[in-house]
Write a protein that binds this ligand. Structure first.
Ligand SMILES: CC(C)(COP(=O)(O)OP(=O)(O)OC[C@H]1O[C@@H](n2cnc3c(N)ncnc32)[C@H](O)[C@@H]1OP(=O)(O)O)[C@@H](O)C(=O)NCCC(=O)NCCS
Length: 155
């Protein structure tokens, strides 16, 4: 299987927060944001694997700032690491005030998605053709987190 570049599967998902997406306090409901992040991770993994993909796990999610009604939410997803059938996708979420254009970091997380074959069994995905020090460092850090997840699963 030929290697693929990180840039080939990068995703940028842009949404606006409508009233039906908010909690009773007028900011984006956390579950709605997680759903959007899962969609971005799914698109990224599917672009890389070109196979059916499912979310196996979501690491700790940090909600760093509330996102108000009417704000623009931008979710950037890229692949950090692949093992055999699993892919670590990193998600960075920013919130943008539509009037001032001011942006803040709103959420960050790592999701693991697994590619499946036609029988629904885990199936290999292309390895990464890393470009630059940043991608190499993210790959190494992703590998460590993958190993930690394996240890936790074994407990
Ligand atoms: C994810 C799933 C396919 C793994 O199946 P499995 O039979 O446990 O597969 P394996 O133990 O052989 O693991 C397959 C790969 O998934 C990874 N994996 C499995 N569970 C994981 C978890 N909880 N977190 C991170 N990675 C996981 C393994 O590390 C392995 O990676 P590798 O092939 O790159 O080495 C299976 O548990 C599943 O279908 N879960 C439901 C997925 C789903 O419906 N998601 C939507 C939620 S609403």
């Amino acid at each position: 299987m030929h290697k693929k570049k990180v840039s080939e599967s990068r995703v940028r998902l842009t949404e606006i927060v409508f009233p039906e997406d908010t909690n009773p306090y007028g900011s984006l409901f956390g579950g709605r944001l997680v759903s959007l992040m899962d969609k971005a991770a799914f698109l990224c993994a599917t672009r890389h694997a070109r196979k059916n993909c499912v979310t196996a796990s979501m690491d700790r999610l940090d909600f760093l700032a509330p996102i108000g009604e009417g704000y623009i939410v931008e979710i950037e997803a890229h692949i950090n690491y692949v093992a055999h059938s699993s892919m670590e996708i990193e998600l960075n979420v920013s919130a943008e005030d539509t009037l001032s254009g001011k942006q803040v970091e709103a959420c960050h997380a790592y999701f693991t998605l697994v590619a499946l074959d036609s029988a629904g069994k885990p199936s290999p995905v292309p390895q990464l053709e890393l470009q630059g020090e940043g991608e190499y460092n993210r790959f190494q850090a992703g590998k460590k987190r993958h190993q930690e997840r394996l240890k936790k699963r074994a407990c």
